[in-house]
Design a protein around this ligand. Structure first.
Ligand SMILES: *[C@@H]1O[C@H](CO)[C@@H](O)[C@H](O)[C@H]1NC(C)=O
Ligand SMILES: *[C@@H]1O[C@H](CO)[C@@H](O)[C@H](O)[C@H]1NC(C)=O
Ligand SMILES: *[C@@H]1O[C@H](CO)[C@@H](O)[C@H](O)[C@H]1NC(C)=O
Ligand SMILES: *[C@@H]1O[C@H](CO)[C@@H](O)[C@H](O)[C@H]1NC(C)=O
Length: 574
C-alpha cells in the first residue's frame, strides 16, 4: 500500500482515509461485542447460582411476566437457562432488568397465626385471638371473691431467648418451656397440668399458682402449685441458688373440671390475681391408638462438625430397627445437617424443634458450643428440658420412648426389630415380677473408632457407612446401670434423665435390665467418656468382632446411598 502511495498523491490519501474509517468501525463493533459478551458472562453464573430462570423476554407485558414468575414451580426453576432467553437478557439495559423478588401476596392474619404457632408452639395464639380480647367482669365470682385475674395480652408476655416465657417472683425467676395435660391412669393426683421449665433456685419454697384458662369460660380456675419436681440429684453438682435448674411443675385440675378435658392455656403467677407475664398453650396429643417407638434426641450442638452423612446412616438404621418417628431438638447445626433434617422432616420421619438456652446463658452459636463443652453440668441440666418436653408431648402417642444420642443404637442381638425384642423381653420381665416396668434398660458397649483402624476397612462396604464399618467393640460392657439407655414406659414416667427415669407413677421407677444376650447399646465414639479414661485402655486392649449390624447391611447401604444421592452429597445428579 505504501508503495502504491508513492505513485499517486491524492488518490492514495483518499484510500488511506477509507481504510482508517473501516478500521475504526471494526474497532467500535468489537468493543460493542465484547461489552455484550461480558454482560452475558455476568448474567449466566448468577442464573446458575440461583437455580432460577433469568429475566424473561422483554416483549412480554409486565403483568404477564409476573404471573409467569409466580407460577414457576421448583422443577422449572432448576432447569438451566435456554439460549434464547440468555440472548434476550444479554441485550437488556440495566433500567429494563427486573429483579426476581418474592411477589407472593401479603399473608392473611390466619396464615400469620399458623406460622407463629409453628415457630412458637407454646404460645396459645389461636385461643387468644378467639377469647383473649374480652376483658374480665368487674367483680369476683364465688370462686375468687374480690378479684378476677385478667387474661394476659400476648403482647405483654415476657419472652426469654425466643422460646421461653418468664415469671419473676419475689424469690426466683422461672423460665417456662412447655405445658401439658396429664391424665394418665396411674397418676394419683387426677388430671393435672405439668409445666417443664427452669427455676434459678434449688429447693424452691415459693407459694405460686396456676391460672387455668378453659375454652368458653371467662374466668380462670386458680390452683396452688402442688409441687416443683426437681429433675436432678444434688450430688451431681451445680446445686446452687442462682443457677437455672430443671423442674417439672405440677398443678391439679380442680375436680369441677375433670371431665372438661385440658384447659386451653395456663399461666404461672405468684399471687392468685396477678395478671400473668406468661401464658402457655396446654399440649394434649392423644390419638385413638398408640404407635410403638419414639426416639427423642437432645438439643443438637454440631455447628462446625459435619455429621450429616453419619446422621443419615443413623436415622435410616433407627428406622429399620422400628422407630416410628425421631424427635430432634436443635441448638446449632452445620448447614449440611440442616439439609438432612429438612429432608426427613418433609418425609414425616423426623420432627425438629428449635431450642435455646434460657436466662443469661449464651446463645451465640460458637460461644454456646464452647459453653456447653466447658460447663458440662450446665449442659446436662439444660438437656433435661428437651428430654422431658419430648416425654410429655408424646406420652399418649407411643408405647415406648427412647432417649438416644446420634452415636448410640439400641441393637437387638437376636431379633430383627425393637418390636420383636420387646415382645420377648416383656414376658421375661413379667415372669420375674408380674408388673410392667417404668423402663427397660440396655447395657452400654463401646465401638471405638480406632478399633477399626487397627484392622483395616471392609472392602464390600462403602467407606461412608461409619457404623457398618465399625464392627469391632470392646469385649466388656460398661457396668450394669452405668451409661445405660432405656425404653421408657410413658404411662409411668414423671421425670426423665438421660440414662433413667428419676420419678415415676405407680410402683416407683422400676427398671428391667435387658440381658446383653437380647440387646446392647452400641455406642460409636472416638473415645470413652472422660470418667472411664482408665478402663478405656483395657477396653481397647480387649476387642472383639461384633458384626450384628451387618444383618441390615443391604437395606442400610441402599437407603443411605439413595438419600445421599437425592441430597446431592455425590455432586449434582445431572
Ligand atoms: C428463697 O428461696 C430459698 C429456696 O429456694 C429459701 O431457702 C430462702 O429462704 C427464700 N428466701 C426468702 C426471703 O424467702
Ligand atoms: C399378673 O397380674 C395380672 C393382673 O395384674 C393378672 O391378671 C395375672 O393373672 C397375673 N399373672 C400371673 C402369672 O400372676
Ligand atoms: C472385663 O471382664 C472380665 C471378666 O468379666 C473382668 O475380669 C475384667 O476386669 C473386665 N475388665 C474391665 C476393664 O472391666
Ligand atoms: C456440605 O458442606 C460443604 C461445606 O460447606 C459444601 O461444600 C458441600 O456442598 C455440602 N454438601 C451438600 C450435600 O450440600
Amino acid at each position: 500500500m505504501l508503495q502504491s502511495c508513492a505513485a499517486g498523491g491524492s488518490r492514495c490519501a483518499r484510500r488511506a482515509l477509507v481504510v482508517l474509517l473501516g478500521w475504526g468501525l471494526l474497532m467500535i463493533a468489537t468493543v460493542q461485542f465484547r461489552h455484550s459478551g461480558q454482560g452475558s458472562l455476568v448474567l449466566n453464573p448468577t442464573v446458575e447460582e440461583l437455580g432460577q430462570v433469568p429475566a424473561r423476554p422483554r416483549l412480554q407485558s409486565l403483568a404477564a411476566s409476573r404471573f409467569l414468575l409466580q407460577r414457576q414451580t421448583s422443577s422449572q426453576r432448576e432447569q438451566p437457562a435456554s439460549p434464547a432467553t440468555t440472548l434476550v437478557a444479554t441485550a437488556s439495559l440495566p433500567e429494563e432488568l427486573e429483579p426476581l423478588l418474592d411477589r407472593r401476596p401479603a399473608r392473611s392474619e390466619d396464615e400469620l397465626i399458623r406460622e407463629i404457632e409453628e415457630r412458637l408452639p407454646s404460645l396459645p395464639l389461636a385461643y387468644w385471638t378467639r377469647n383473649g380480647k374480652q376483658t374480665a367482669a368487674k367483680s369476683g365470682g364465688p370462686e375468687l371473691p374480690g378479684c378476677i385475674p385478667k387474661y394476659p395480652s400476648i403482647f405483654e408476655l415476657e419472652f426469654n431467648n425466643i422460646y421461653w416465657q418468664t415469671m419473676r417472683s419475689s424469690n426466683g425467676t422461672f423460665q417456662l418451656f412447655g405445658a401439658f395435660y396429664d391424665e394418665r391412669k396411674l397418676s394419683r393426683i387426677g388430671p393435672a397440668i405439668r409445666i417443664v421449665g427452669m427455676i434459678d433456685r434449688i429447693e424452691p419454697t415459693l407459694k405460686s399458682y396456676c391460672q387455668m384458662w378453659f375454652e368458653g369460660e371467662r374466668e380462670p380456675r386458680v390452683v396452688e402449685v402442688l409441687e416443683y419436681k426437681y429433675i436432678w440429684y444434688s450430688k451431681w453438682g451445680n446445686y446452687k441458688q442462682g443457677i437455672y435448674q430443671p423442674y417439672v411443675i405440677a398443678c391439679k385440675v380442680p375436680q369441677s373440671h375433670w371431665r372438661r378435658g385440658p384447659p386451653a392455656s395456663v399461666s404461672l403467677v405468684e399471687k392468685r390475681c396477678d395478671t400473668a407475664s406468661n401464658n402457655l398453650r396446654v399440649t394434649y396429643n392423644k390419638p385413638a391408638t398408640k404407635k410403638q417407638f419414639a426416639v427423642c434426641v437432645k438439643g443438637l450442638d454440631f455447628l462446625h462438625e459435619d455429621l450429616s452423612v453419619r446422621l443419615v446412616e443413623w436415622i435410616e438404621l433407627i428406622g429399620l430397627l422400628g422407630a416410628d418417628k425421631i424427635f430432634f431438638y436443635e441448638l446449632q447445626v452445620h448447614p449440611n445437617v440442616t439439609k438432612v433434617l429438612g429432608h426427613y422432616q418433609r418425609l414425616g420421619r423426623v420432627h425438629v424443634t428449635p431450642l435455646t438456652l434460657p436466662g443469661g446463658q449464651p446463645n451465640v452459636p460458637a460461644f454456646q458450643h464452647m459453653y456447653l463443652t466447658k460447663k458440662t453440668n450446665h449442659k446436662r441440666q439444660n438437656e433435661l428440658i428437651p428430654y422431658n418436653d419430648c416425654l410429655y408431648k408424646h406420652m399418649y402417642e407411643y408405647e415406648y420412648i427412647a432417649l438416644l444420642d446420634v452415636d448410640e443404637v439400641i441393637m437387638p442381638v437376636q431379633d430383627a426389630t425393637w418390636q420383636e425384642l420387646m415382645r420377648r423381653v416383656v414376658p421375661k420381665a413379667m415372669r420375674l415380677r408380674n408388673e410392667t416396668r417404668a423402663s427397660y434398660n440396655v447395657r452400654n458397649v463401646y465401638f471405638l473408632d480406632d478399633l477399626l483402624h487397627t484392622h483395616g476397612t471392609f472392602k464390600d462396604i462403602p467407606k461412608y457407612m461409619h457404623m457398618l464399618q465399625h464392627v469391632y467393640r470392646s469385649k466388656n460392657f460398661t457396668k450394669p446401670n452405668q451409661y445405660i439407655k432405656c425404653f421408657h414406659n410413658p404411662e409411668r414416667v414423671v421425670t426423665l434423665h438421660n440414662h433413667f427415669p428419676l420419678a415415676c407413677l405407680g410402683a416407683g421407677c422400676t427398671s428391667y435390665p435387658i440381658d446383653t444376650e437380647d440387646a446392647q447399646l452400641q455406642h460409636y465414639r472416638a473415645d470413652c467418656v472422660k470418667s472411664l479414661k482408665k478402663t478405656c485402655v483395657e477396653y481397647r486392649e480387649n476387642s472383639v468382632l461384633d458384626p450384628t449390624i451387618w444383618r441390615y447391611k443391604d437395606k442400610l447401604v441402599a437407603r443411605v446411598t439413595a438419600t445421599l444421592k437425592i441430597l446431592g452429597f455425590f455432586g449434582s445428579s445431572s
